[in-house]
Design a protein around this ligand. Sequence first.
Ligand code: GLA
Length: 755
Amino acid sequence: MSILFNEQAGIFKLDALDTSYIIGIFDEDKFVSHLYYGKKIIDSDVNYLYGPLYQVRPSVLPGQAGRIMDAVPFEYPTYGCGDYREHCLEVETADGYHACDLRYESHKIYPGKTHLNGLPSTFEREDGDCNTLELVCRDKVLKLKVTLLYTVFEHLNVITRAALITNEDEKAVYLKRAMSGCLEFDHQNFDVLTLHGSWERECGPVRTPLRQGKVTTGSTRGESGPTDNPFLAVISSDVTEDTGEVFAMNLVYSGNFLGVAEGHHFRGSRIVMGINPVNFSWKLGQGESFTAPEVVMVYSDQGLGKMSRTFHDLYRRHLIRDVYPDTLRPILVNNWEATYFDFTVKKLTEIAAEAAKCGIELFVLDDGWFGNRNDERRGLGDWFVNEEKVPGGIGRLAKEINHLGMKFGLWIEPEMVSPDSELFRAHPDWAIQIPGRHRSLFRHQYVLDWSRKEVRDHIYGMIHQVLSGANVEYIKWDMNRTLTETASAALPADRQGELCHRYVLGVYEIMGRLRDDFPSLLLENCSAGGSRFDPGVLYYSPQIWGSDDSDAIERIKIEMGASMCYPLSTIGAHVSAVPNHQTGRITSLETRGYVAMAGTFGYELDIARMSEDEKAVIRKQVDLYHKYHGLVKDGDLYRIEDSLGNPDYACWMVVSKDKKEALLTYIQIHALPGYFGAARRLRLKGLQEETVYETKVISVSAEVRNEDVHREGADGTEKTYAALNLTGSALMNAGYWMDRLSGDYMGMMIHLQAK
Ligand code: GLA
């Protein structure tokens, strides 16, 4: 059992793969204090860790005047009794008082993991994967019970946390803040790593030194959002991709969130993550409970690379459900960038027919098939087919696509309503709004009040009908605006602060129903690109559209940023047309393919207008995907350090778990002149020192103008690239020689096979 309780010392020791996390029940007054988190400690008696706590004994104890709460490391710090640092819990009583003081009451340790009510969470896949500790704490004055849930994944460096808060008093209380987890450290020698960006520029890593004060990340948009991802790590100041200590948190939640790293005045630091307290309040009547979502904590003693691989392993096996961890996703073609709203069935089937000939497996009809949706100003909410555009309906179109040998998929944006729609005319009060206040439009649409069951049921009913009448095997679930002027016509004044969380619970409920009612449906999420890219969504959909920026060069940054936490197999990535619709950049079809293959692979262009040569390239890409995507999906990702943030090139590799095979992708962003300027040695990673690898260029892009890159002949075909037989030790230490490469945006894929 990875969770030990030393009763005499009042110490819980949670051991993950090479991590220990230690909790102490301090003193006869039973404060739940944090004693250690980091590399595994083998000692079972760590009583001495209490030492510093005796110096600062909490001031709430009788006869301890002069000592303080503000220096005690707590597992779940509360507001109101002298701890002024970032806290996890703030409670308001019916009388308007704000103070809470939690003490240990009891605990339970058991194998497996409890599912969180109405919320997504990681799960045990096989017996013995994980063990759980439930620590029950109580504020005696409030009669408030707080159960802290810790699950240890024994074979990974992962511990998850969540909290369940129950009011046992007959008077209601209001939660003003109910965070998911907290970490405490006795120093501030950290940088803080967060992921920031914007629409079309999601998931950019930002590294900020931690000092006294706070570094924060968060969202109040109603979704996790494009500007801040629900991820925060404190990393030793010397961290690289391969070295240094990392303590990361990632919230399994898709709404407003807050992550704070605080360097406090006693020279320690505290990290807190959970639902954003802004515009949050939750009323708990007698016997009612609130569940704070799960936060995943990953420890790495080998830098950011190992942190990412741990997140990937966890999410691939313990978050993504059903068949998806083990099946290759179909290669899709989506008509959005090919036609936007301007399509006919003839045009769609032309694209599909050409795509089918190239080996593409799934055709996705994007926005514009329903109501009077001929542009972005109207139609959302009217989930019945526009027979003028799609005569015979989705059923007939799906059949035609199926006849071509392809699966059929459909776009929906169920959380939204256009003012110009039948739905809005019938139910104007269903849109989120504050009475008497202007209701903001974004992209000409309002957000439906998904905290209301009748609204959810009505929308789901319409979509269910479409799906029941057609062979739809894939859904792209979009969400193209954020929440503003949040109020619900169905909630009383003292529950308005519940709307944003109830909205997210409503989204989860419908995604869950969709999956239950159509178990073989592949669900891909999207929110104006990657604006709701979080582990909460991954529980329902194994892939999420990474960004509305489909430019290959911009996409590298977005995909490598997202890969900090999320497996490549979850990042929706497509080859689109050039000049690129977002940046105007021209890159070769091959280079666009290499970048899209570091994600779920697909196309978003008009294949019917492509030349035979281009279609031949697509056929090769389809072939490469089938040969190597299993490796990309299941393997270990290594970002080549030097290339991160390097304006001249990007490079990453995926190594199979048995280390017998690897795939290296290299993209030259900016060609440099001269022999030594342009050539470089790429120090590979993750291989076995002694193993000899046959190292072979399997594809080069059209930008390559240099004829002598490991070639035997000069006829320009890939077959002429000579394989090199090199040991892992040569490849990792001396490096793989990228020789005299010319051409901006030149890309190359290299396959390594153990001999
Ligand atoms: C969003 C998505 C796009 C596309 C459009 C359709 O912007 O991110 O991929 O589906 O909506 O309106």
